[in-house]
Each structure stands twice: as C-alpha cells, then as structure tokens.
Design a protein around this ligand. Structure first.
Ligand code: C2E
Ligand code: CA
Ligand code: CA
Length: 553
C-alpha cells in the first residue's frame, strides 16, 4: 500500500530547484508555457518565471556548430521511439559568453503518444571545454566570448589573427606530432611576448588569435616583431631543424568593424593579404583589402568555370631560351596565360597563387604538361634539339597521381623525354626532402631534366642546391635589374656560374632585357639566357612564325 504522502507540486518545484545545481524546466506543451527556475533566469536574463515558447527561445541561443547534435538527440523522441534524451551543447548566456550545458529531458505523453509535458534538468558545465589541449591556450570559443565581452564593455580593442607560414611543410617534413610540438613552442612564446592587457587564444589549425586592449597600431607592430624575431633563425627541436615565420592580419574595433564576425572576417582578409604579399608580414585591415578579396573570390569562381569548361580561357605561351655563347634558340619555357571576358588578361602572378591555394593547380598543371608536350613534339620537327621547360608547382608533387600521370602522358604523346625540363621553384625545395628526392629520382629515371627556378630569391638557395641538386639553375631576374650599378649582383652571378659548373650544373640567367645588360653578362660563362632581349613569351602561332617559319620540317 502506498504510504500517505502529501506534497504540494509548487512547493516541490521550489524545493527541488533551490536545492540542486541544475536548472529545472517544466514545459506544458499544450499551452506552450514553460516554468523555469531562478538560476536559469539569471544566467540567461529571462524576467518571468513562466515563459511562452521557451524551447524556441533557448534554441535561438544554440551555437550553430551544435545544432546538428541537438537535433540528433531529439530525433528519437520526435519519432515516438524514446521518452527521454540527453544532449551537450553550447548556448550564449546573458553576458554573450558561450557556455556548455548538458540537457536531460523526460517526456510525458498522452495515450496516443502526443507529447503533453517535458521535464528538463540542465547542468551548466560552464567553461569546462575552454582550453585547447595541444597548446594549453584558451580555445576559439573563448576567443569569441572574450571579444564579445570586450565589445559589450565598450573597450578599445584590436584583434590579430596570426598563423605559421607554410605550416604544412613542417607537418609534411616531419610528422603531425612534431607539428603539434612546434605549435606548443610557438604558443608559449607568443604568450610570453604579449603584455598583460592582451590575451592569446588558439584558433583552428595553426592559427592564433590575440585580443589587444588600448593598444596603438605601433604597439601591435612591435609585439608582432618581437614574436617574429624570436623565430627568425632556424630552430631545432628534438634534433630536427625547422623554420618558423608568422603572418598576421589585424583589425581594430570601430564604427564599421563593430561585431565579432566582422572583426574576424577582416583580420582574415588582412592575413590573406599578408600571405599573398610574400608572407612573414603583419597587415592592418583597410577597406581596399576587402575589394581585393572580393576580386580574388570572383577570379576563383571564374578559374573553376574555365577548368570545368575544358580549360576554356587558358592558353600556353612560350618564351625562347637561347645559348649564351651564340644567341641561337635552345628551347622555350611554357608559360600559362589566362583571360576572362570580364577582367581581360590576368597576370600569372595573380592567378597562379589562387590556383595553388585552391589545389586547382593540380588539374591545370596537368593540362599545361600535356599541352607543352604536344607543342614540343610538333616543334621538334623544325628544331630537333628543342628543349621544352615546364613549370611544376610544389602542390602538384603532393598529388599522388602526379608521376603516374607524367609517365602516361609521355607515353601517349610519344615524345623523347630528353627534350623535357621540369622547373621547380625554391618553395618546392623546402618541402619534404625524402619525398622530393624520390620524385626527382623518378623524373630523372624517366629521362627528363630538373631546373631550379628563381634561384637566389629564397632563404637558403645554396643549402637546398647541395641537398637536392638540379641539372640546371635559373638565376632570378632580380639579379639583372641593377646589374649595371650593383657589384653584388655581378659577383653573385659569376659565383653561381663557377660553383654550378664545378658540380656539372648548367646555369640559365633570366630577365635579360637590354643590350647593355647582355654586354655585361656575356663574359660570365653562362650556359643559357632567357629574357625579353631575345624574345617575350609568344603564343604558339607567333612563336612558330618567329622561329620556325623559314625552317623546313
Ligand atoms: P617564372 O617561372 O620565373 O617565369 C618567368 C617569368 O619571367 C615569366 O613571367 C616571363 O614572362 C618573365 N620574364 C622573362 N623574361 C623577362 C624579362 O626580360 N623581363 C621581365 N621583366 N620579365 C621577364 P610570367 O609569364 O608572368 O609568369 C610569372 C610566373 O608565373 C612564372 O615565373 C611562374 O612562376 C608562374 N607560371 C607561369 N606559368 C606557369 C605554369 O604553367 N605553371 C606554374 N606552376 N607556374 C607558372
Ligand atoms: Ca619558370
Ligand atoms: Ca624564374
């Protein structure tokens, strides 16, 4: 028999909600009202004890990344297959902070299965999930909460988003675990380098966020350079060497840049710009950068369209390369061109980085390779010694089908491989050395030659040359620009020629434009020259007209 038990439901509710840490919610699904405990009202700034459509109001505060989790948890209840559910998710509280909550709800149904009441207990997990495990820094949710709090308090803030340049190289060169250690070291150092009125957070991947309060632009620049100086030399961890440079984008809070989302978006735009301008830089957001970004997005879309339409709008030009000894044609470099109806011709300096950043360089690079081989095969009829140089981006090397594709294409087009030179830039040479050795060996085994492009512009050209030797070195055109006045540039070219010849590497000089420049370099023992003086890049028809028209095939 049931013992006598008299307890008023109201009293019970009060007693219960006052004595547990959970927020208690009772929902009457027929009237649509929920009764919510005081602690919950305080946390979320609700005035009344009885709230109409409370579940909907709570749902509006759920973090967009967590919606799917909540929906999934509720699914079986909705289908009538369960009478309770539990979900953990983030909601925004009255202060604008993301807090984690665990909701445990039980359903009461009528005889037909219709939901009459819901009783819920919500545990406030607070900021339990607030730190990033790799670096120990506060995580991206805390970053958002903190920025919102600062905005709420009308503080004069600026935010910086910084990341490690070419971090994937560090990961690829060693391992993910090693990459994590580099992140940990970087985090520690950044933390030490910022003053007390700035706060550091770990965002996604290799990205850090810093919130500055009451700092001038010049202060922020100084802090950024303190961070970079520390990493400016080659570093070593567990006997492994690595370079670490940082790029950063900043945006100060003001009338236009007045929400978390805008501040982050603009900082990213500035960061992208820093990367595009050669990395290892800090850039402050300005409106014109936004226009630049819009153009980039538009070009990305158009590039994708061109590729999907059978590489429409792409064309392969060719620039002559000549023997330095007599100026006679030795071959040519295949150079990609792209034009759109809307923007006209776009410089490769602008569209190649977009192709690389979006991996579209993989299909485009294949198209270039195939087209260059086809052209070369045709021109061998007029010039049996013709050498075709083809640029390959380091991104293409990460494509595991790359070598297979190269082999098949050579076979299909049926061309002697000794007429093909593959050009890599220095950025390529700092990637995974073992991988590079193996790819280079395969390229050589196939009978092609390897050229190291833009020599002299990177960090440690000589070191790279020693570790991963090339057959040809192409000295960058920057060394020709001031050759008439710069003793250094003259000496550099002479020195590279001598060094390379000692180890059987041939040398090509790029960017010779004038008769005076040619005069100066003519005694330097170079093997090949490529420059406007001997010819600009031409489309295939013009190249044929200029160099082969009078030759009998
Ligand atoms: P690069 O590989 O160093 O190509 C040589 C660049 O120098 C070409 O610029 C060429 O037009 C320019 N140049 C040659 N001689 C002279 C000269 O005497 N004076 C001056 N001022 N410039 C000269 P372009 O065609 O604008 O290409 C720029 C870069 O875009 C290339 O530099 C290369 O890195 C990249 N690129 C072009 N085509 C391809 C491609 O098919 N694949 C890949 N991955 N990159 C490509
Ligand atoms: Ca090149
Ligand atoms: Ca070059």
């Amino acid at each position: 028999m049931k013992p006598a038990f008299d307890f008023d439901v109201n009293d019970l509710y009060f007693a219960l909600s006052a004595s547990v840490d959970e927020y208690i919610i009772l929902t009457d699904c027929i009237s649509g009202y929920s009764r919510v405990s005081k602690a919950l009202r305080d946390e979320f700034d609700f005035e009344d004890e009885y709230i109409k459509d409370f579940p909907l109001k709570l749902a509006r505060r759920i973090h967009h990344d967590d919606f799917a989790t909540v929906k999934e948890a509720y699914r079986n209840v909705e289908r009538g297959m369960a009478d309770s559910y539990c979900a953990e998710y983030r909601v925004k509280n009255a202060l604008g902070n993301w807090i984690w909550i665990r909701e445990h709800s039980t359903i009461v149904r009528d005889g037909f299965g219709k939901i009459l009441n819901v009783a819920s207990a919500i545990t406030n997990l607070g900021r339990r999930n607030n730190t990033d495990h790799t670096t120990g820094l506060l995580n991206k949710y805390e970053f958002e909460s903190y920025v919102n709090l600062c905005i709420h308090q009308n503080l004069n803030i600026g935010i910086m988003i910084m990341n490690i340049d070419d971090f994937k190289n560090i990961n690829n060169l060693y391992s993910r675990q090693f990459g994590d250690n580099v992140l940990r070291i970087a985090a520690q150092h950044i933390q030490n380098a910022v003053p007390t009125n700035a706060k550091v957070f770990r965002l996604d991947g290799d990205e850090f966020g810093i919130v500055f309060i009451d700092h001038l632009k010049s202060d922020i620049k100084q802090i950024y350079s303190n961070i970079c100086n520390h990493f400016s030399t080659q570093r070593e961890y567990q006997g492994k060497k690595y370079y670490c440079t940082f790029s950063a984008g900043c945006c100060k809070f003001n009338e236009q840049n007045n929400t978390f989302d805008i501040l982050v978006k603009n900082s990213h735009t500035a960061l992208d710009h820093a990367k595009a301008k050669g990395k290892s830089k800090i850039i402050f957001f300005e409106q014109k950068l936004s226009e630049h970004k819009t153009r980039e997005l538009k070009l990305t879309e158009l590039l994708r369209e061109s590729i999907e339409n059978d590489f429409r709008d792409f064309e392969l030009f060719c620039q002559p390369q000549v023997f330095a000894s007599n100026g006679k044609l030795k071959g040519g470099e295949a150079l990609l061109r792209w034009r759109t109806d809307e923007f006209g011709p776009i410089s490769p300096a602008e569209f190649i980085p977009i192709l690389e950043n979006t991996n579209m360089i993989v299909p485009v690079g294949k198209w270039v390779f195939e087209r260059a081989l086809t052209i070369c095969k045709e021109w061998l009829k007029f010039c049996p010694d013709f050498m075709m140089s083809i640029n390959v981006s380091y991104i293409q090397l990460y494509d595991e089908n790359f070598l297979d594709f190269v082999k098949k294409t050579i076979k299909r087009i049926d061309i002697p491989t000794s007429h093909i030179i593959v050009e890599f830039t220095e950025s390529c040479f700092v990637t995974d050395k073992d991988m590079l050795h193996s790819v280079f060996n395969s390229i050589r085994e196939l009978g092609m030659k390897i050229a190291m492009d833009d020599f002299g512009t990177g960090y440690s050209s000589l070191e790279i040359l020693k570790e991963v030797p090339a057959d040809i070195v192409k000295i960058d055109k920057a060394f020709v620009r001031n050759i008439q006045s710069s003793k250094f540039d003259k000496t550099f070219i002479r020195f590279v020629v001598e060094l390379c010849h000692d180890v059987d590497i041939q040398v090509c000089l790029e960017g010779v434009e004038t008769c005076e420049e040619l005069e100066i370099i003519s005694q330097m023992g170079l093997d090949f020259i490529q420059g406007y003086y001997f010819g600009k890049p031409l489309d295939t028809t013009n190249f044929y007209e200029t160099f082969f028209r009078n030759t009998v095939a």
